[in-house]
Design a protein. Structure first.
Length: 686
């Protein structure tokens, strides 16, 4: 299984979802064809620019694709706007807030007539009105979230799904709030559509795919065939009698940065069903259901079906709080699939595979699987094959005392085997096929092998109320620096696409080895050293510090010594030191690289230096005058921090000493008494 990377681009999606998880600011996007807008006005990429708003908001009937450029003459006919493009044309369509209903009678079946009959085998049967959908087309980019007055996408409200500006595509075409007469599919990306068709910043809801035939029972929310991009949208409250309650992908299509929740499918893929390909990335897939009391549903969040060659991919996504009535509470896999950098937590099934269920193969890399529940294999269950790498399973729960996090049952008559390598498993057991294992303790902290997740969920299984759901969505499974998962993975895994970034979109390998799990912990080494003279610096050993943290160095000269040099990564920072009575400090803020601090100490001159505790230098700090008591002064010198002589006085030394002309800073005072002994003290001029 490979992912063809034709062109990789990092781009900001600041104009997209405002509620998506932290790692959304940067995505690695695989481009096959045209590269679409990033953070600049959409109209600059398109010859056509069509605005849409509801009839209740003043929208007018569609006239011509060139007649709806402004909000004042926006049309309420979204589908006619889509269909108005000619071959080779491109257009952006902005949708103002409101609810829109599909109107094009079009079946998901690629060979179905238009309009589709109720019985696909009988073209003379009545037209099936429930085949009304929004049908995408090449070259069309649809963007929602507008109030109906904006000049650019950046002018939209920060909440793109508020009541005034949420663009809702609803399948509730019949009797209001009666699902049985709703559209089978709210949105269809037909077979001839490629990734130049983009749907973004909309809510897709109330699809009800309960048809008697295959195509009318799959993909109630969005049905994608071979191509198209669904980006930064909400897919919720859709139901399929077959598979793919929220989204159905067939041989392609991309789902990017979407929230897919509260969808249902009777057979598989309550949230998403991927059939022979397609990519889901940087999305949240939660609170979906596969199956019911009468059906054996698999893949509460996601179901991936492969033929052993064409495989779907799920990456950098949160799969949580989903349920399956049979197997695979979070994800179910059949004959292959690629699962990379995901957080798979608190899903459940009464069968096998609370987090993940594999049958006849599949590959999983750098995932965090925690808090799931199942009868067997609470974290993961494999039936006749599956490969696990750099993955952590911890805190998953079965009803049995053995509490197996990871279970497999391979058919001895086939060549398929379940293997795991460089995985960390709570109470795991190394075998010939479970190699380089880290056996994790059941506790999250301590002195043994603990995962040290920062803020894991406090319960197992699906949330019982909204408070638990919010805890789930806001959990933090990043690891601390004392975690057994840190730098413990394998960077070189053959025949598997290795990602450049982690679950949050940050660089995947920071030090020598990749971390185990979905997150890469960004940290840097901090060290301090004394190269000359007498004194100390703290810290004085190599310490790991998390990215973005602050660190303070403390430099303490020995008696009668001063600092001649202080460098940070070879840059002189002596003038950045802050003085206290006993020491100097230096603060490095928002650490973003390794830091080596080096200090040198010296004695101001070669004469004998004696510190007399009876000598008093005051006030501290001094401004205009410096008083000296407890000594008979013969000669007096003042040195700068760098050792330069500033004042040199002999005999008849004034006391107090006028220092108003000195610049603010730290100085050394060398006093020679009447016995010829030298005494050195520091003072601060304010």
């Amino acid at each position: 299984a490979v992912i063809l990377k034709i062109l990789t681009v990092n781009y900001s999606i600041g104009i997209d979802m405002n509620f998506h998880k932290i790692h959304t600011p940067f995505l690695n996007i695989v481009i096959a064809g045209a590269l679409f807008y990033c953070c600049i006005p959409l109209q600059s990429f398109s010859q056509l620019h069509i605005k849409v708003k509801t009839a209740a908001s003043g929208g007018i009937p569609f006239v011509d694709r060139n007649n709806h450029q402004n909000w004042e003459n926006a049309t309420y006919e979204l589908q006619r706007s889509i269909d108005s493009l000619e071959d080779g044309e491109t257009a952006t369509i902005w949708i103002a807030g409101g609810t829109y209903f599909p109107s094009k009678l079009y079946a998901a079946a690629p060979d179905a007539p238009v309009p589709p009959p109720q019985n696909p085998d009988d073209p003379d049967s009545p037209v099936d009105e429930r085949q009304a959908s929004f049908v995408m087309a090449n070259g069309v980019t649809i963007v929602g979230g507008f109030t109906g007055s904006e000049a650019t996408p950046e002018d939209r409200p920060s909440d793109l799904y508020a009541s005034d500006n949420a663009a809702i595509l609803s399948g509730d075409i019949g009797i209001a709030d009666e699902s049985t007469d709703n559209s089978y599919h709210v949105v269809i990306f037909p077979e001839d559509v490629d990734d130049s068709a983009v749907l973004q910043n909309v809510i897709v809801t109330e699809g009800y795919a309960d048809g008697e035939f295959y195509f009318s029972s799959t993909g109630a929310g969005v049905h994608i065939r071979e191509g198209g991009i669904l980006r930064s949208s909400i897919i919720k409250d859709n139901i399929s009698r077959g598979s793919g309650g929220g989204v159905y992908l067939y041989k392609g299509g991309r789902v990017e940065s979407c929230d897919i929740y509260s969808n249902k499918a009777n057979t598989g893929g309550g949230g998403v069903y991927s059939n022979l390909g397609g990519l889901v990335t940087s999305s949240r897939i939660y609170s979906n259901i596969a199956g019911n009391s009468e059906s054996k549903g698999k893949g509460g969040g996601v179901f991936i079906v492969s033929d052993g060659i064409s495989e779907g991919t799920i990456s950098e996504s949160l799969i949580c709080g989903n349920q399956a009535s049979n197997k695979g509470g979070g994800i179910a896999n059949y004959m292959g699939g690629i699962i990379i950098n995901n957080l798979i937590i608190n899903n459940e099934t009464p069968g096998n595979g609370g987090g993940v269920y594999f049958q006849n193969g599949g590959q999983i890399l750098n995932n965090t699987i925690s808090g799931n529940t199942a009868d067997r294999g609470a974290g993961a269950y494999c039936n006749d094959g599956g490969s696990f790498f750099n993955t952590v399973m911890w805190g998953n729960l079965t009803p049995y005392p053995s509490n197996n996090q990871f279970s497999s049952e391979d058919d001895a008559t086939t060549s398929r085997k379940t293997i795991s390598d460089y995985c960390a498993i709570q109470s795991g057991e190394a075998t010939a096929d479970n190699t380089n294992l880290i056996v994790l303790s059941s506790e999250n902290e301590g002195t043994d092998n603990h995962p040290f997740f920062r803020f894991p969920v406090s319960f197992t299984g699906i949330p019982s109320d909204n408070n638990q759901l919010q805890e789930l969505l806001n959990s933090d499974y990043r690891i601390n620096l004392n975690s057994a998962l840190l730098d413990a993975g394998n960077n070189d895994i053959s025949n598997l696409f290795f990602p450049d970034t982690d679950y949050e979109g940050k660089e995947r390998i920071i030090k020598s080895n990749v971390d185990i799990g979905a997150y890469e912990t960004l940290y840097h080494h901090i060290s301090g050293a004394v190269t000359e003279g007498n004194g100390s610096i703290s810290p004085n050993t190599k310490l790991p510090v998390l990215e973005g943290k602050d660190i303070q160095f403390t430099i303490t000269p020995a008696s009668n010594y001063y600092i001649t040099s202080f460098t940070v990564n070879t840059i002189d920072m002596t003038d950045q030191l802050s003085e206290t009575i006993e020491c100097y400090t230096y603060n490095s803020v928002n650490i973003s690289e390794d830091i080596e601090a080096v200090v040198q100490f010296s004695i101001p001159n070669s004469v004998s230096n004696i510190r007399n505790s009876e000598i008093k230098i005051y006030p501290v700090p001094a401004r205009e005058e410096l008083f000296i008591s407890g000594i008979e002064i013969q000669n007096l010198k003042i040195y700068s921090l760098q050792g330069h002589t500033i004042i040199d006085l002999k005999h008849n030394i004034p006391n107090p000493l006028k220092i108003s002309n000195l610049e603010k800073g730290i100085y050394f005072l060398q006093i020679t008494d009447t016995k010829g002994l030298s005494h050195i003290h520091r003072f601060l001029k304010e």
